[in-house]
Structures are given as C-alpha cells and as structure tokens.
Write a protein that binds this ligand. Structure first.
Ligand SMILES: C[S@@+](CC[C@H](N)C(=O)[O-])C[C@H]1O[C@@H](n2cnc3c(N)ncnc32)[C@H](O)[C@@H]1O
Length: 344
C-alpha cells in the first residue's frame, strides 16, 4: 500500500461525471469532489495506473488549495507568496514512480481562471513561477521545454494547485498527428464511448470518422471499429493516426446518407456530426442529419446504443431509440451537446 495522495483531474466541462466514473474504478482511488472541470480524489494505489485514464485532460498530484484570493492586482503578489509555500516532496515521489526526473528539473506553469479579476492567465503564471523559483532551484520555462508542470486552477476566490503526474498532458495522444478542422479532443471521444457502454469485442461504427479519433479510441478499448468519411483526406489522416496508434480499423470512403452496410449489423454508433461553423457542410444540415439518422437507425441492432456530438441536437431523431440524456459540453469555445439514444 502506498501513502495516501490527493489527486486533481482536469476534464472537459460537462464530462466531469464521466471522468469521475472512470476514475472511481481505479484500485485505491476514492472520489472526494466533482467540481467544475475537475474531479478530486484521494489515492493510495500505484500512480502508473492513473496514466491509463482516457477521459480526463490531465491528472495532477494536488499540492494546495488557496482560499480568499484577491481579484485586484495585489492578488499577484499574494499568488507569489502562496507559491513560495508549496511543498513538493510527496508529489515528486509519486512522479518519480512513473518517470525519471533530472536533478535540476525545468518547470512550467499552466493557469486558468473562472471569475473576474484584474490580471490575466499569463500574469498568474509569472506570479506563481516567481514564488516557486524563490523556493526551489528549478528553472522556469515554457510548457514544451519543461519536465514538471504546475497547474493553477482558479475558480473565483479559490485556487487548486497541482503537479502533473505524466511528462505531457494525458489528453494529448501521441497518435493524433494528422488533424482536420473539427477533429475531436481524444478525451471527449473516450468519454462518448464510455457513455455508449462500448466494451471489448463490440462492433462500433463512426459514419463521419474524420481523422479517426473515435474509432482509434474505440479500437484501443478493444472494440471492432469501423467507419468512413466522404473526404479522402480525412481517411488518409485516419489511416495515419491509426497506424501510429498501432490499431487496425475498417475504413471506407462513403456518403453516410447511404451506408454500404447490412441492416442491424452494428451494436454501437458513436459519432461527431459535421456542424455549421466547424466543418463546411455543402448541403442543408437538416437534410443531411435526417438522412444520416435514418441510415444509422437501419444499420443498428435493435438493442443498440447511439451517442452523437453536435451543436444541433434538435435535428437528431431515431424512431426506435428515444433520447436518454443530453449533455452540454464546452469545446473549441462552443457548447455542443452529446445526445445519447437507447432502447433502454
Ligand atoms: C466533425 S468532423 C468529424 C471529426 C472526427 N470526429 C475527428 O475526430 O476527426 C465531420 C466529418 O464528417 C464528414 N462528412 C460530412 N458530410 C459527410 C457525408 N455526407 N458522408 C460522410 N462523411 C461526411 C466530414 O468530411 C468530416 O470529416
């Protein structure tokens, strides 16, 4: 049994409960709080197990919670002072269990805030870096040059501060190098697959696969993943990404309004339909959605599940599958909705 550690996961707004559910299944992890874009937990397990999390953007060893932050400019000196009190020993011990650390680490700071204040995220980073620099011999650098990342998450007058466990953000997948406009954040794809209850061996269809994010996350979870797109460039990107991920996908160039698939042949459909400002759709969105929904309904088994992300959820309708949940998330500065349809 390891010492108890406090964790802070950062996730997509709207998917906090999905991430909490995923985290809650890790041995030795006890959830303590689900908050805006964060999940807090106590953990006594093996830190390496946390690196397999798919739905979170990142996981941090929680270092401190700072209360009564001042929103005026004087708050910057307050942040420097508080950063000078941070204790890193236990968190560094956990980091060292998953990756080697040099004797003189280089650190970066990532900051975000909710609530009005008279300073910006860059100033928060500099203020915190000054305090950490006073206390340690670490050198401060940009995130892509650092081996330790401090995350400062300010919500109104409170900040939660964490030290990233992994070397790079968990949400950034090494396989995702070919991107397209509208390519999905991999943790959101993983969350949609969890919402659809995709299990190893399930047949999974993404009829609008783009760069293949949903299909690759599904294949990595053991599903039999099949998809297509009407853009050959998207299919090239999906093939390249799948090769880098080391998974095999069944990919086809197709028009999703006429899928070359047998009726009732797939158990799960998880997809991200093209929407207005994100991806050019060269015909009426309503007509495309209507025809695509009819095709999805035709190819889905009678007890199948459908999970779809779009900013036009009202255009989705499946005669055999009523909507079960609608979850608004924050993505690309927009607020699309994940709709879940199920026979249950
Ligand atoms: C929002 S993107 C999907 C992004 C994908 N989830 C990813 O992570 O890259 C929507 C995709 O639908 C494709 N598309 C648009 N109309 C289509 C149609 N009628 N048939 C098949 N694909 C279509 C576009 O080429 C685009 O790649």
């Amino acid at each position: 049994m390891n010492d108890m550690m406090e964790l802070m996961a950062v996730t997509t707004r709207g998917l906090e409960n999905v991430s909490a559910d995923e985290m809650g299944r890790i041995a030795g992890l006890n959830l303590s709080q689900v908050a805006y874009r964060r999940v807090h937990a106590a953990f006594s397990g093996e830190p390496a197990d946390l690196l397999d999390l798919r739905t979170v953007d990142d996981i941090f060893l929680h270092l401190a919670a700072w209360e009564d932050l001042i929103p005026q400019r004087a708050g910057l000196a307050q942040l420097t002072e508080l950063a000078g009190t941070l204790a890193f020993t236990e968190a560094l011990g956990a980091v060292a269990r998953v990756r080697p650390l040099g004797a003189e680490p280089v650190f970066s700071v990532t900051a975000n805030f909710v609530g009005k204040r008279k300073y910006n995220a860059d100033e928060i980073k500099e203020a915190v870096a000054a305090g950490v620099g006073d206390r340690t011999s670490w050198r401060y650098a940009a995130e892509n040059e650092s081996d330790l990342n401090l995350r400062v998450f300010i919500e109104h007058d409170r900040a939660d501060v964490g030290l990233r466990l992994a070397a790079a953000s968990l949400g950034r997948r090494a396989y995702r190098q070919a991107n397209l406009p509208g390519s999905l954040k991999p943790p959101v794809a993983a969350a949609m697959l969890r919402m659809a209850g995709v299990l190893p061996g399930d047949s999974l269809l993404d009829p609008f696969c783009g760069a293949g994010t949903i299909l690759i996350e599904a294949a990595l979870a053991g599903a039999d993943a099949r998809g297509g797109d009407n853009d050959p460039l998207a299919l090239t990107a999906a093939r390249e990404n799948a090769a880098r991920a080391g998974v095999s996908l069944t990919l086809e160039e197709w028009d999703s309004r006429h899928l070359p698939l047998e009726g009732r042949s797939v158990a799960r459909v998880v997809t991200n339909l093209p929407w207005g400002r994100q991806v050019e759709v060269d015909e009426g969105t309503a007509a495309l959605y209507r025809q695509a929904c009819a095709e999805i309904d035709r190819v889905l088994t009678s007890n199948g599940e459908i999970v779809i992300l779009t900013d036009q959820p009202d255009l989705l309708a499946f005669p055999r599958h009523p909507v079960v949940t609608r979850t608004e998330i924050s993505l690309f500065g927009q607020t699309p909705v994940i709709s879940q349809f199920s026979v249950r």
